[in-house]
Write a protein that binds this ligand. Structure first.
Ligand code: CMX
Length: 312
């Protein structure tokens, strides 16, 4: 189904408008990006299943500059996501519309886009877009004489999340789905742990991957018996940790329902033996009565991860 992907708003002062939406919605933009091809700088603000895209003109020839000159700041366009942008371009032509340009072009957020002139659409500039997700890649990394299989997707300039799955696990479909859903917002890394047999080895592998990535701060998500390794990484180096989330049957059992625990690096610093202090010490986040004991259900995890990691 075609869905509303974002609403474009032409702005003359992005900082002021971002501050306004922070007041109105309670969160700041989750990313800013320059799109040279469109002559704009964008700020993205989460808004449920859609986003707001604040558009600042970078050059006087930008369509946004012309819009601001003529009409002042305000609603600029509606963007709808389609599964196949080339097919949709052809369909629109066949239906008698004249899309701007001769083919879809590159827009913000890694998307391919095209527009219909507002003269053809009752005064509203309509954009169609299609996400072009980055591939999930597996890289062999060598560190301290060890060799690990690092799996990653998303752009490295996004905030970083390291997912620590249990030992002896290939990247399974539910985990791949989670990576895919988080990838537009985060640089997500995990490990193929098929050849990793002990929690200690797993913690070492996770630490090596974190070092290889070279991020100054990494969020962590521990899954199942991977929680132990995630926690040991967090307690070893709390200054380099962002937010830590844990999901495991052993934790869920203590609360009698599936839970995702969310803690800060200060919690981890204060309680190195977190696993034994859990019920008293930690906030419980989003119990999901239907979630299986430890599978990372993307529908449950994605909103929680984004809320805690990116302040949504
Ligand atoms: N919404 C509604 N009406 C608009 C409009 C908009 N965003 N932009 C222009 N118009 C109206 C104008 O008010 C004007 O109406 P009148 O004739 O009644 O005065 C008419 O359209 C023509 O306006 P224009 O200033 O002469 O503009 P152009 O025809 O030269 O350009 C358009 C309009 C849509 C072709 C141009 O803005 C364009 O190419 N837009 C697509 C690219 C774009 O907007 N990029 C920025 C966003 C990028 C991103 O999201 O990544």
């Amino acid at each position: 189904m075609i869905k509303l992907e974002h609403i474009g708003i032409a702005v003359d002062d992005a900082e002021a408008v971002a501050a306004l939406y922070n007041h109105l919605l309670g969160h700041p933009p989750y990313k800013a990006e320059t799109v040279d091809a469109q002559g704009v700088r964008t700020h993205f603000i989460a808004a449920g299943t859609a986003k707001l895209e604040l558009l600042e003109a970078l050059v006087p020839t930008s369509p946004v500059a012309k819009y601001l000159d003529k009409r002042g700041p305000g609603l600029h366009h509606l963007a709808f996501e389609v599964p196949d942008i080339d097919a949709h371009f052809a369909q629109m032509q066949a239906a008698g519309f004249q899309p701007l340009g001769t083919a879809p072009s590159t827009g913000a957020d890694g998307k391919r886009i095209f527009f219909l002139h507002p003269k053809q659409t009752h005064g509203v500039l309509v954009e169609f877009c299609q996400s072009t997700p980055t591939p999930i890649t597996t890289t062999t990394i060598s560190h301290r004489g060890n060799t690990w299989a690092m799996v990653e997707c998303g752009t490295r300039t996004s905030p970083s999340l390291l997912v620590v799955p249990p030992p002896e696990t290939a990247v399974f479909p539910a985990l791949e789905m989670l990576l895919r859903r988080l990838e537009p917002h985060l640089h997500v890394c995990t490990l193929d742990t098929q050849h990793i047999t002990t929690p200690a080895q797993l913690a070492e592998a996770a630490a090596d991957i974190r070092t290889t990535l070279g991020h100054t701060q990494t969020h962590l998500l521990g899954l199942g018996t991977g929680c132990e390794a995630a926690l040991s990484l967090a307690t070893e180096d709390p200054d380099q940790m962002g937010h830590i989330m844990l999901h495991a049957p052993s934790i869920s059992q203590r609360f009698d329902q599936p839970v995702l625990l969310s803690l800060t690096s200060d919690d981890a610093r204060a309680l190195p033996d977190l696993m034994t202090h859990l019920p008293q010490a930690l906030p419980v986040v989003l119990p999901a009565s239907s979630a299986p004991a430890f599978a990372p259900d993307a529908a449950l995890f994605v909103p929680v991860c984004l809320r805690y990691l990116l302040d949504y």
